[in-house]
Design a protein around this ligand. Structure first.
Ligand code: TAP
Length: 453
């Protein structure tokens, strides 16, 4: 059995690779389990050296991996280079971790009390197709640094860079069995990782729907889980904001990666008195988004991942949808969909409630600060968001009131290697990146040593 990997920009098969099933997952878990005792025993400084070598080896291959990712996921080559660069940066960041996994000493009676951060064992990593290698790296970095061994399951639609990474890791000196890749369907391979008794933890990024199933499955064995799920993030623009800057930045905060981004600011909340002015500027900015061949250096937005996904996205824009602006998209083969702005939209319309995961944005009016908070938080999700205003105190009040794991003021950024990332509410459980991710790949052990007297 093979996986025929399709290139979204051409709809052609670009590679065929073996398709793993439950047996291959079991074999990978067995290899990871066998490799665990030796990997956790590697001296911290030596584990750091190996992770740094892995980062160097990926950096050497950066352009090849970026082209592979750009073709397989249909993302602009500039974005793909940025993502592979972040993979390198992530391994370098966590290369510093093995020697910094500090414990505490706690004053107690009759002895000495100390804590250790122990690795969990074999960790199953399940990642989506929208940011294939970089999301894998967010999990691999802290997992490996803490002394765990891993089985990585990429999405069937985008397995190619993960398969390459397994090879690169071996060449870079990661011991055999420490990093194992199984490319196969989620319902079989992902499910098996959730059920397997030798997998201590599952770290998952994907849809909230599949995440719920993983949480249910993990409950049987009280398996540790980290879930990074969907979003419906608000980009809140107050009338006192720099409207030029907010409108210029808004398109790529939702059309980046063709909207297939859990952090997409897919609801733009605009204060009513600034609505007309903002929409006018936004419309001009949307017309300038360059949609086309992912390998063209000028491209800002590529195709959607598949024909089926394009149908889902299109279902949010029926004939009578309030389309106020629409960008262009190539004709012909490939799963193209133009950047689309809907306005005005009610916060309870389907397009404003559900995660579209495509280049469709809703513009929604609000009256005052309280209304902005209420509308921003009126969602099951809580992943990301932005606030645009020149009033610093209001920005801080909003930053505290909006229920999201990450928020930016006068900017639309969400992710940095050194800062925590993850969701409130049904956007997930746990945090990735920054120092916080290590908490999710270690158990705290408390040791009491009686000293007598
Ligand atoms: P999903 O369909 O949930 O798939 C994600 C991964 O889970 C894939 O590897 C998939 O495998 C696997 N999977 C599917 N069914 C499974 C099951 N029953 N048991 C175990 N694993 C299973 O999501 P997607 O469509 O690929 O990705 C889009 C979603 O990811 C969006 O909702 C987006 O918001 C979310 N996302 C979240 C974040 C963060 S950090 N919060 C980042 C990126 C994306 P196959 O596809 O190979 O079958």
């Amino acid at each position: 059995m093979t996986i025929a990997v399709v290139e979204p920009a051409t709809a052609e098969v670009m590679a065929e690779i073996p398709r793993a099933g439950a047996e291959e997952v079991d074999a990978a878990v067995a290899r990871a389990r066998a490799a665990f005792p030796a990997w956790r025993a590697v001296d911290p400084a030596d584990r750091s050296v190996i992770l740094r070598r892995l980062a160097d080896a990926i950096e050497t291959r950066l352009e090849d991996l970026a082209v592979l990712e750009a073709r397989n996921a249909g993302k602009p080559i500039g974005d793909a280079r940025g993502e592979i660069g972040m993979v390198v940066e992530t391994f370098r960041y966590y290369a510093g971790a093995p020697e910094r996994l500090l414990g505490d000493t706690i004053p107690v009676a009759g002895g000495i009390d100390m804590t250790f951060r122990e690795p969990l064992g074999v960790v199953g990593l399940i990642v989506p197709w929208n940011f294939p290698l970089v999301i894998a790296a967010w999990k691999l970095g802290p997992a490996l640094a803490a002394g765990n061994t891993v089985v990585l399951k990429p999405a069937e639609l985008t397995p190619l860079t993960a398969v390459e990474l397994e090879r690169i890791a071996l060449e870079a000196g990661l011991p055999e069995g420490v990093l194992n890749v199984v490319a196969g369907p989620g319902s079989v391979c992902g499910q098996r990782l959730v059920e397997h008794p030798d997998v201590a933890k599952v770290a998952f990024t994907g849809s909230t729907e599949v995440g719920r199933g993983i949480a249910r499955g993990a409950a049987d064995q009280i398996k540790r889980v980290t879930l990074e799920l969907g979003g419906k993030s608000a980009n809140v623009v107050f009338a006192d904001a720099d409207l030029d800057a907010a409108a210029a930045a808004a398109p790529m905060s939702v059309f980046g990666n063709a909207g297939q981004d859990c952090c997409a600011r897919s609801r733009i909340l605009v204060q009513r008195e600034a609505m007309d002015e903002f929409v006018e500027r936004l419309t001009a900015a949307v017309a300038g988004v360059r949609v086309g061949d992912p390998l063209d250096e000028a491209t800002q937005m590529g195709p959607l991942i598949s024909a089926a996904h394009r149908e889902d996205v299109a279902s949010f824009v029926p004939e009578d949808a309030p389309v106020v602006a629409r960008g262009s998209a190539p004709d012909g083969p490939g799963f193209w969909y133009p950047p689309t702005v809907l306005a005005p939209v009610d916060n309870h319309d389907r397009a404003a409630v559900e995660e579209i995961f495509g280049p469709v944005v809703c513009v929604i009016a609000f009256t005052d600060e309280a209304d902005a908070v209420a509308k921003a938080n009126d969602t099951i999700y809580g992943l990301s968001g932005s606030v645009w205003t020149r009033d610093g105190a209001k920005a801080l009040r909003m930053a505290r009131a909006v229920e999201t794991g990450v928020l930016s003021v006068n900017s639309n950024t969400s992710v940095r290697v050194s800062t925590p990332f993850g969701g409130f509410k049904q956007s997930g459980v746990g945090r990735e990146l920054g120092p916080h991710a290590l908490d999710h790949y270690t158990e705290v052990k408390n040791v009491y040593f009686a000293t007598g007297g």
